[in-house]
Write a protein that binds this ligand. Structure first.
Ligand code: ADP
Length: 248
């Protein structure tokens, strides 16, 4: 019972940890090419939601489909990543001793060991894709630079690039602008809006200014449930949202 034009279908998802309900009857649909923001106070269930989508946590019940064919509840984390769901955690985890280019090269060849990957020749097509991604994340001038010498924001962009070279259909991003300068945050907004044409994005973010600058559609989680959903203006005007989240 997935919907046409929907990249992600979650219906009546329940997750319990030792009797504690982290997600309750959660239903959420993400459209192809959509840029969705997920907001909510600490403990709302945002991380658990991402864990369910990536196969790290199995729901106790509910439906979870990627596209129309991939039943996420029956797949391993590796299978889900290979099917086209890329996740970026909050802290960057680039290989600091390797160059920017090598980091992208490794990410593209995840089926090999680190050293086998670096020795293997890239095809022209792979090299072109890396060049394209380098331009997208504005690191084409730093391709030979050790990743450890990049700024915090640039490391975040590199890690997004490491997902992009794998051509994921759905990108999950956890607090992408935390710790970024204003200029980096602005570039991230631009980047996400441009990526949303080709990919679908789910962004967990606390920075409401940033959310306002990117999202067509916002889902507010609270105590493991969807509290409200709609445009940022609509959810910010929602009484329940003001009470639990915004009206501190
Ligand atoms: P958020 O990311 O919105 O801050 P989380 O998804 O991390 O929220 O957590 C939702 C709730 O589930 C929290 O109360 C948290 O303590 C609880 N929780 C998350 N993971 C586990 C776990 N592995 N075992 C027990 N409780 C957990």
């Amino acid at each position: 019972n997935t919907r046409h034009g929907t990249i992600l279908t979650l219906e009546d998802i329940n997750v319990s940890f030792d009797g504690f309900k982290a997600l309750t009857d959660l239903t959420l649909y993400i459209g192809v090419g959509e840029l969705r923001c997920i907001i909510g106070p600490n403990g709302a269930g945002k991380t658990t939601l991402m864990d369910v989508i990536t196969g790290k946590t199995r729901p106790n019940s509910g439906v979870a489909f990627f596209g129309e064919t991939f039943d996420l509840t029956q797949m391993s984390e590796v299978e889900i990543a290979q099917a086209g769901i890329g996740r970026k955690f909050q802290k960057p985890t680039v290989f600091e001793a390797l160059s920017v280019f090598e980091n992208l090269e490794l990410a593209q060849k995840t089926d090999k060991s680190v050293w086998a990957s670096l020795r293997a020749r890239l095809s022209g097509e792979q090299r072109d894709r890396i060049d394209e991604v380098l331009a997208t994340i504005r690191l084409d001038g730093s391709r030979q630079r050790p990743a450890g010498l990049l700024s915090h924001g640039q490391k975040q962009f590199l890690e997004i690039g490491m997902l992009l070279v794998q051509d994921p259909q759905l990108l999950l991003l956890d607090e992408p602008v935390a710790g970024m300068t204003d200029a980096e945050t602005e570039f991230t907004a631009e980047l996400f809006k441009s990526l949303a044409r080709k990919h679908s994005l789910m962004v967990v973010e606390h920075d409401m200014g940033f959310v306002g600058s990117i999202a067509d559609h916002v889902t507010v989680l609270h105590q493991g449930r969807v509290l409200a959903e709609g445009s940022l203006d609509a959810v910010q005007a929602n009484e329940k949202v003001i009470e639990v989240y915004l009206g501190r």
